[in-house]
Design a protein around this ligand. Sequence first.
Ligand code: AMP
Length: 200
Amino acid sequence: MHPKFERTLVIIKPDGVQRSLIGEIIGRFEKLGLKMVAAKMCVPTAEHVEKHYTLDPEWRRITGEKRVKAAKEKGEKLATEDPFEITAKILEVLIKYMTSGPVVAMVWQGAHATELVRKIVGGTEPRSSDVGTIRGDYVLDSYVMADTDSRAIRNLVHASGTAKESEAEIKHWFKDDEVLDYKLVQESILYDVNLDGIFE
Ligand code: AMP
């Protein structure tokens, strides 16, 4: 399959919707050259959110380990360093966060879609996300704030982690016929081999 057909899932989380950042977030992916091929606004159920985060059997371990690593870097002391104990709590607060209001789920298509969307979105913790990323530019949340108030990190957007995860997550949020196959005019400039459609 040509890389231009890669697809990935993005969710604008309830805080992104409430901060009126839908247009700004969509604009970033559009400007990169990605194509939106599916979109819906909904309030997900707790079951849907839990399934979403546990589609990847490694998610619990990875997310817990990320928290431990961030604590070590900042010299913080955590109540536990067991990644699974940490993630059990995260999942609880995450479900509360993700079901607190409407979200916008989307599928974006284009070369290296998963990797490039993750680059634009930035790291999990907005405090340490790079300037220029969505999380680095538009929100100030941190692990410390989330822990202090026993809540999820509010980081505006979810983006699939790998191409394999993208496939599973797209299936979880969209029926096959809700994801559209169509051409964008700009794809001629992005992908055509000869750039031969410009002159009259
Ligand atoms: P991730 O798959 O790493 O993006 O984690 C899922 C979501 O859970 C993140 O986007 C945050 O909203 C939230 N989250 C992850 N780790 C933590 C944490 N240590 N404390 C609070 N919320 C977290």
